[in-house]
Design a protein around this ligand. Structure first.
Ligand SMILES: NC(=O)c1ccc[n+]([C@@H]2O[C@H](COP(=O)([O-])OP(=O)(O)OC[C@H]3O[C@@H](n4cnc5c(N)ncnc54)[C@H](OP(=O)(O)O)[C@@H]3O)[C@@H](O)[C@H]2O)c1
Length: 243
């Protein structure tokens, strides 16, 4: 897909992987709709403006169905189309399985899996009419391999992979592609909480011996949006962690 003048909606794009992805789509000539729960800071706005191109930031909580509905409507009203949807917003509430409360499970599923389900449903209907669209879901290697302390997160990401493959099968004949990206350890606020000792230990288990940068995930999203012969795939971006 040629990206120039296309419209890309990226959830959870105020920082981290989502922000890097939004910037990459802006640089590629797309009109970009960013989203997050909080307002952008002046510094974040300046950075986006320095890239040039058109962007709009829409506040909305992906855990709240009414706000997802509003986000989809505002996004459509803004540019009259959405060609690329990146379901990126995600949270974790890590705890060993035995100590995990139902609310830890429900909160993570609501943002990481139910949110993409609801937003995709709303956007997909419109994409079907245009018979064109690319959906990219941010999964995780944890959704493929599991991880101690992350039963809720792993279940949400495994579910997202199942959703991805199903939307890909159903959408293919209507011109819609759907893929997932499964990052390993990426430098962002999600991983900044880890102590230096734990980070060093994890890096030692990654063949490339380092965490990845958000821009490497963004680069993969651009590739998936552009390449119109790839659908239903999970592209791993993990420095070889899961070889
Ligand atoms: N970092 C990693 O190592 C890694 C690895 C594998 C997969 N991933 C996945 O990649 C995605 C991005 O992760 P990240 O590391 O960039 O995370 P992050 O730095 O914590 O950023 C999360 C982004 O999502 C937004 N967000 C959080 N909850 C939201 C909600 N309920 N509704 C709307 N927006 C929300 C945040 O903005 P507000 O706070 O303003 O809402 C922020 O912009 C997630 O799906 C994550 O699971 C990350």
């Amino acid at each position: 897909m040629e990206l120039k003048n296309k419209v890309a909606l990226i959830t959870g794009s105020s920082r981290g992987i989502g922000a890097a992805t939004a910037k990459a789509f802006l640089k590629a000539g797309c009109r970009v709709i960013l989203n997050g729960r909080h307002e952008l800071t002046d510094e974040q706005k300046k950075e986006l403006e320095s890239i040039g191109g058109q962007y709009v930031y829409l506040q909305g909580d992906m855990a709240k169905p009414a706000e997802i509905k509003q986000l989809a409507k505002q996004a459509w009203d803004q540019f009259g189309q959405v060609d690329i949807l990146v379901n990126n917003a995600g949270i974790n509430r890590d705890k060993l399985f035995i100590g995990m409360k139902q609310e830890d499970f429900d909160d993570v599923i609501a943002v990481n899996l139910r949110g993409p389900f609801l937003l995709t449903e709303l956007i997909l209907k419109k994409m079907y009419k245009k018979r064109q669209g690319s959906i990219i879901n941010l999964a995780s290697v944890v959704g493929m391999h599991g991880n101690a302390g992350q039963a809720n997160y792993a279940a949400s990401k495994a579910g997202l992979i199942g959703l991805t493959k199903t939307v890909a099968r159903e959408g293919a004949l209507r011109g819609i592609r759907c893929n997932a990206i499964a990052p390993g350890m990426i430098d962002s606020e999600m991983t900044v909480k880890l102590s230096d000792k734990v980070k060093k230990q994890i890096s030692g288990q990654i063949p490339l011996r380092r965490f990845g940068k958000p821009e490497k995930v963004a680069q993969t999203a651009i590739f998936l949006a552009q390449n119109d012969y790839i659908t239903g795939q999970v592209i791993v971006v993990d420095g070889g962690m899961t070889i």
